[in-house]
Design a protein around this ligand. Structure first.
Ligand code: NAP
Length: 253
């Protein structure tokens, strides 16, 4: 028996990194999983790999900022699996710049993908969850919510996500739906690889320097984050609502 047997999850931004590790973990724990990503081919390729382990996988192309697409893709997932129990709002981008150089587009796109995307996906998902009086929404925030140089847009979006998480927890708890966040620190993914490239630093050096400031002495992996998400997505976590788990390898100020 897996911890998530009979459960169905939709993970956004799931073609790689934290989203894919989470989808993988859910599958191993017995859930049916819909991998949704703006890169539909990337999601399909990832799903093909996962099908070696389980047939319970669907891949869809989804831009989380497009409300009509969100409606359609969530319906497709519900049609395929018959229900929706777990939503992970993981899709994300960075458009880093010092504040005085940040463009309207840098600001709007980052807020749109993280915050509006989580809003649109959660609003559609909760209808199915309220109907079945059960649900788990896990939002991927970031330690950057506390402020991070060069990330006024990203930091604001992630801080917004924490308020969003708490408010949904207050409103949806009575329907058996819990809403929590996982706030990762430095995780080795395509996102941090891109940051290193933009700074002109070798990724290995970037990771080693980050690890020096992490109490457990290493950078995080997507699987580290997936473990926390999977716990919050399980039935065991039913009394944990509106909380944030920091997956940062150390205490967070
Ligand atoms: P990632 O591998 O780049 O994953 C993000 C995924 O989201 C990508 O596949 C991306 O596709 C997709 N995406 C972008 N815009 C989208 C949209 N509009 N609709 C649907 N999907 C979209 O990076 P990651 O590190 O795993 O990031 C996952 C989450 O963790 C993000 O929310 C990020 O902010 C958060 N996080 C990461 C770290 C870290 O250190 N890596 C730390 C804290 C929080 P494209 O590649 O095609 O853009």
């Amino acid at each position: 028996m897996g911890r998530l047997d009979t459960r169905v999850a939709l993970v956004t931004g799931a073609k790689g990194g934290i989203g894919l590790a989470t989808a993988c973990r859910f599958l191993r724990e017995g859930a049916g999983v819909c991998l949704a990503d703006i890169d539909g081919n990337g999601a399909a390729t990832a799903a093909e790999e996962l099908r070696r382990e389980s047939r319970n996988v669907l891949a869809v192309r989804l831009d989380v900022t497009d409300g009509a697409e969100v409606e359609a893709r969530v319906s497709e997932a519900v049609e395929r699996f018959g229900r929706l129990d777990i939503l992970v709002n993981n899709a994300g981008i960075t458009r880093d710049a010092l504040f005085f150089e940040m463009t309207d587009e840098d600001w709007r796109r980052v807020l749109d993908v993280h915050l509006t995307g989580a809003f649109l996906c959660s609003r559609v998902a909760q209808k199915h969850m309220v109907d079945s009086r059960y649900g788990r929404i896990v939002n991927i925030a970031s330690v950057a919510a506390n402020g991070n140089r060069g990330q006024a847009n990203y930091s604001a979006a992630k801080a917004g996500m924490l308020g969003f998480t708490r408010t949904l927890a207050l409103e949806l708890g009575r329907y058996g739906i819990t809403v929590n966040a996982v706030a990762p620190g430095f995780i080795e993914t395509h996102m941090t690889r891109t940051m290193a490239a933009e700074l002109g630093v070798k990724f290995e050096t970037f990771v080693a320097e980050a690890a020096e400031n992490i109490p457990v002495g290493r950078a995080g992996t997507p699987e580290d984050v997936a473990a926390a998400v999977s716990f919050l997505a399980s039935e065991e976590a039913s009394f944990i609502n509106g909380q944030v788990i920091y997956a940062t390898g150390g205490p967070t100020a």
